[in-house]
Design a protein around this ligand. Structure first.
Ligand code: AP5
Length: 217
């Protein structure tokens, strides 16, 4: 299965991707995680991406498409779930071109729908594990010990782009540039709209019902 997860910042893409990966044994490719890794390693790409990410703007398409096409091409057979990519219609078209050159296509798109009013509290309350990438929330998905990762005990950190001001900019950019990607896929792929405003377990249940239908086909 080749799956794309779409949704606003804080819709729960990363949270649901981790669960999909556990259940279906797919690979999880997050463009945001790869960019943060590049920054941590101080690569040229990481340096170029830095100012865009810090302001909540999108990194230019040509950098992202090259990065993600390379990452996808290194995945062995077995399928994957894309998180945060494609994020512009141009990126989606470039992905389609690269896949069709290999006789492949996206099998399903999960569109996590969430009201803007919920996003701010999800973002400002998010805490992440720098070691394993685990994602928590100070109210909704608390770790067993405050401030520590359940899996490895590492100190949880807050993403610098999760401040209120930057979140507002990320949301604005989502509506301008990423929402049209949903319509793009509605013309070419199976798109499942999922109510992502519910509790994380309820959202997972909705996601698994849809993916279950896909597996049975
Ligand atoms: P990226 O890392 O992709 O950020 P994003 O898309 O803004 O999404 P987030 O990771 O913030 O949110 P999420 O939907 O994964 O939510 P999560 O599951 O963590 O991108 C960062 C930056 O990189 C971009 O701004 C851009 O600069 C650049 N970039 C990346 N890809 C790019 C591309 N393709 N093109 C150009 N630039 C690109 O959940 C959030 C919180 O809510 C967590 O605390 C979680 O515990 C909690 N939560 C999750 N689900 C629920 C629920 N159902 N109920 C209650 N709480 C929940």
């Amino acid at each position: 299965m080749r799956i794309v997860l779409l949704g606003a910042p804080g819709a729960g893409k990363g949270t649901q991707c981790k669960r999909i990966v556990e259940k279906y044994g797919l690979l999880h490719l997050s463009s945001g995680d790869i960019l943060r890794q590049q920054r941590a390693e101080g690569t040229e790409l990481g340096k170029k991406a830095q100012s865009y990410m810090d302001s909540g703007a999108l990194v230019p398409d040509e950098l992202i498409v090259e990065m993600m096409a390379g990452a996808i091409s290194r995945i062995p057979d077995g399928g994957y779930v894309l998180d945060g990519f494609p994020r512009t219609v141009n990126q989606a078209q470039e992905l389609d071109k690269a896949l069709s050159a290999d006789g492949q296509k996206i099998d399903a798109v999960l569109n996590l729908e969430i009201d803007d009013s919920i996003v701010a509290s999800r973002m400002t309350g998010r805490r992440s594990c720098p070691q394993c990438g685990g994602v928590y929330h100070i109210e909704n998905l608390k770790p067993a010990v405050e401030g520590k990762c359940d899996k490895d005990g590492a100190d949880l950190t807050q993403r610098p782009d999760d401040s209120l001001e930057i979140v507002e900019n990320r949301l604005k950019i989502y509506h301008q540039q990423t929402k049209p990607v949903v319509d793009y896929y509605k013309n070419s792929s199976t798109v499942y709209d999922i109510d992502a405003g519910k509790d994380a377990d309820e959202v997972s249940a909705l996601v698994f019902v849809k993916l279950g239908e896909l597996v049975e086909v």
